[in-house]
Design a protein around this ligand. Structure first.
Ligand code: GLC
Length: 550
């Protein structure tokens, strides 16, 4: 039985049919009671994920790390940090996930290591040790200043140089992120071979793919020229001085595209695996396409969409129509509402608005409908399915290094707080005080209560996930946007056998939409399944409806 199921899952491009679920392991479930989530905690909750209906579990870093960037600073690529468990716990996790017919992908952070990685310790020890060229070391300018103007991506309102002085070598080393995250030198063949060795290690441990962190930054301008200061490309949510510089010197070097090809062909030798690349949004969709044409990475994580999302139907339609036209048959798009680097979707969408809890619920359902019916692979960030919101973090509990330089603006801790399993102490996440505070709204935003409530956000997600599985049109069908009144998005997904219509009211007003077909509700935030409509349909504020079309 299981065999048959597994066989079916290995069909071509299975990741196009899949829904990914991102787990931030520190915050999912704490099994050993130390206040930090762990791998055994994730195993405990696999039945929940399988009940929910997701296909692929993506686990953010759990490797050995001094945790200066909570795991994105790795000191051993091939071991589990004791905080999260052991390698044998990881093997159990892989088999438990596979047993339930799901898949697992893990993060690979190859732009940089931790400064406590033995490679870096050796590299910084002298000018001529065997690993002296494994990182990017440069002499100072004649006046002692850093070799160029590159700024760390963790800058706040003030620029932080991307170069850190090392007194031992009397040189600067490059760190595009925190100073404890020195950048690897991909131009050194030994470095590359060590990276491929680590990819192989985890493939041998049975993972179904990877999310490649900061994948467009691997190679830098070989001449290390200053980054151009240009017109601002955009103001990101975490707007900081870094946005004022074009990333022309360390984003999307052609060598990084070749690295994508090499990684892809290496992974292909292990059967059909998936590669998801983190590519910055600052250069828009072009970069996504460049990195994901066939033979390179499979999916670019759509940060651009996530960051530009708003409650403006016309803008969102334009955004997704562009994605669809741009990718077309050339590559496969993805859609994302939130991740561990961004504010929670509900907060972003309702920032500055007065909204009731009921409206928030409708908005969460509206976004879920959009995410799970649009053409592309959807990513759900843990807790999104219950409507989790940003948590206020007092200054003395801020732990995110970037969060500290952004203060008084909110940093990334707010979206990384413990998963809300129930209304009990610590929200059922841990038996002890968690590493980040629990959101006080756990009294009504939690898995246990929402499981029992047929109208909850959680049950809505679950029904949508099932609907997506049952309707090939929602996964592989074409998508055509219809012309509609202001504030509405209306598209039809179609295959030769099925037609499914999706109507989304992004406005806070009741709206009436003309229909050119007869439709039957498959799932709706306000309407009963089975209800029939012809000629027109009325939509409540923030209502979403998915209909079968005759
Ligand atoms: C990626 C991760 C982020 C991390 C950074 C450095 O952007 O998503 O969390 O801080 O890379 O590794």
């Amino acid at each position: 039985m299981l065999q048959k199921k597994e066989k079916g899952m290995f069909k071509l491009n299975w990741w196009k049919d899949s829904v990914f679920y991102q787990i931030y392991p520190r915050s999912f479930r704490d099994h050993n009671g130390d206040g930090v989530g762990d791998l055994k905690g994730i195993i405990e909750k696999l039945d929940y994920l399988s009940w929910l209906g997701v296909d692929v579990v993506w686990i953010s870093p759990f490797f050995k790390s001094p945790m200066k960037d909570f795991g994105y600073d790795i000191s051993d690529y091939k071991d589990v940090d004791p905080l999260f468990g052991t390698l044998s716990d990881f093997d159990d996790l892989v088999s438990e996930i596979h047993l339930r017919g799901m898949k697992i992908i893990i993060d690979q952070v190859y732009n940089h290591t931790s400064d406590k990685h033995p490679w870096f310790i050796e590299s910084r020890s002298s000018l001529n040790n065997p690993k002296s060229d494994w990182y990017i070391w440069k002499d100072p300018k004649p006046d002692g200043s850093p070799p160029n103007n590159w700024v760390s991506l963790f800058s706040g309102e003030k620029p932080l140089s991307a170069w850190e002085w090392d007194d031992n070598r009397k040189q600067y080393y490059l760190h595009l992120f925190g100073k404890e995250q020195p950048d690897l030198n991909w131009r050194n063949p030994e470095v590359k071979s060590a990276i491929f060795d680590s990819i192989e290690f985890w493939l041998e441990h049975g993972v179904d793919g990877f999310r490649f962190d900061a994948a467009s930054h691997y190679y830098k301008d070989p001449l290390f020229r200053d980054a151009l200061k240009g017109p601002q490309i955009k103001k990101s949510l975490f707007h900081s001085v870094r946005d004022e510089y074009y990333w022309d010197r360390f984003s999307a070097r052609p060598e990084s595209l070749l690295a994508a090809e090499e990684i892809k062909s290496f992974m292909d030798s292990y059967g059909e695996k998936v590669s998801v690349a983190e590519i910055p949004a600052d250069m828009g969709l072009c970069l996504y396409l460049l990195f994901t044409i066939p033979g390179r990475f499979d999916i670019a994580f759509n940060i651009d969409f996530m960051e530009k999302l708003s409650l403006n139907a016309e803008k969102v339609r334009e955004l997704s129509e562009n994605v669809d036209a741009f990718f077309g048959e050339r590559a496969w798009p993805s859609y994302v509402l939130g991740n561990h680097d961004n504010y929670r979707i509900i907060n972003r969408l309702t920032d500055g608005m007065k909204v009731s809890e009921d409206e928030k619920k409708s908005i969460a359902k509206l976004m879920a409908t959009f995410l799970l019916t649009i053409r592309g692979t959807p990513f759900i960030y843990y807790g999104e399915e219950i409507g989790m919101e940003d948590t206020d973090i007092p200054y003395d509990r801020i732990v995110d290094p970037w969060g500290k330089s952004l203060w008084p603006k909110k940093g990334r801790d707010v979206c990384r707080t413990p998963m809300q399993w129930n209304n009990g102490e610590n929200a059922g996440f841990s038996e002890t005080t968690p590493w980040l505070p629990v959101n006080p709204n756990k009294t009504f935003v939690n898995v246990e209560d929402e499981t029992k409530d047929p109208n909850s956000i959680l049950n809505f997600y679950r029904s949508l996930l099932k609907l997506r599985k049952d309707h090939v049109a929602l996964r592989r069908g074409t998508m055509k946007f219809q012309d509609v009144p202001c504030g509405i998005i209306f598209y039809v997904r179609k295959t030769s056998k099925e037609r499914v219509a999706v109507l989304l009211n992004f406005s806070s007003a009741v709206q009436c939409v003309d229909l050119t077909f007869d439709g039957k509700v498959l799932i709706g935030s306000h309407k009963e399944s089975g209800e029939k409509f012809r000629e027109s349909i009325e939509l409540a504020p923030f209502e979403s409806v998915v209909m079968d079309v005759f």
